[in-house]
Design a binder for this molecule. Sequence first.
Ligand code: PEP
Length: 240
Amino acid sequence: MIFAANFKMNKTQKEILEYFSNFNFDGVNSNIMFALPYTSLSLINKLPQNNILYGSQNVHFAKKGAFTGEISVEMIKELGADFSLIAHSERRQFFGETDESAALRAQAALDSGLKVIFCVGENHRQRRANRTKFVLKRQLIKGLKNINNSQNLIVAYEPVWAIGTGKSATATEIQSTHAFIKGVLFSMFKTDIPVLYGGSVNIKNINDICNIKNVDGVLVGGASLSPDTMRELIISGSKK
Ligand code: PEP
C-alpha cells in the first residue's frame, strides 16, 4: 500500500519541521510519500527517511528558461525530491493545466528518474453526463502519451467532486473506476501500474477504501495535515 500526502499550499518550513518532529513513525512501515510545498523541499535532508519519499506538487517540463514562477526538475532534484505530483485537479482547474502540458511535465519528470503521481479525475458535470470513462481515458492517453518507461509511474484517481468536499466515491464506484483505469494503463504499458484513490479520504473510510480490489494506496489532502491523523490513516489502511 502507498500512502501519499498532498500538503497543498499549507505549512511554512517551521510548521513542516514541527509536523515531522510530532509524527510518530513507530510501527509504520508502509510506503509513504509527502508532496511538500516548494518552499520546504530544502528541508528534505532533515526529515525522517525510512521508507519515506518526498516530492513536489508540480514541476515544469523545460530544463531552464523564461518561465517566470516555474520550477524545473533539476531544481527539485537538487533539493532531494524523489517525485512530483503532476496534473492535480487544482492545477487543471485553477492554473490552466491541460492534457498537453501535463504530458510534457510527466515526460520530463520521468525521463529524469523522478517518480510521478499523475492525477486524473472527472468533475461533477462530467460525472452527471455519464462521461467519466471518456474523460479518464482521454486524460490518461493524452497525458501519458510520451512515456516510454513506466517504471516510476503511479496514477491517482481523484474524482474532482470528491476532493476536499467530504464526499468520497462509493466502494463500488472506486472498484469499477480503478479497474477501468488499470485496463487503459495496461493497454498502454503492458504492465500493472499502481493506482491510488484520492478524494476526502478520512479515518472513517480509509480501511474500506484500502481493501477495495485494484486500490494500491491513497492520496490524502486535508486529512494528511495532522501528523496524528496521517499516522492513524496509515495504520488503519494497512489492516486487512
Ligand atoms: C487531494 O488534494 O489530492 C485530495 C485528495 O484532497 P482531500 O483529501 O482533501 O479531498
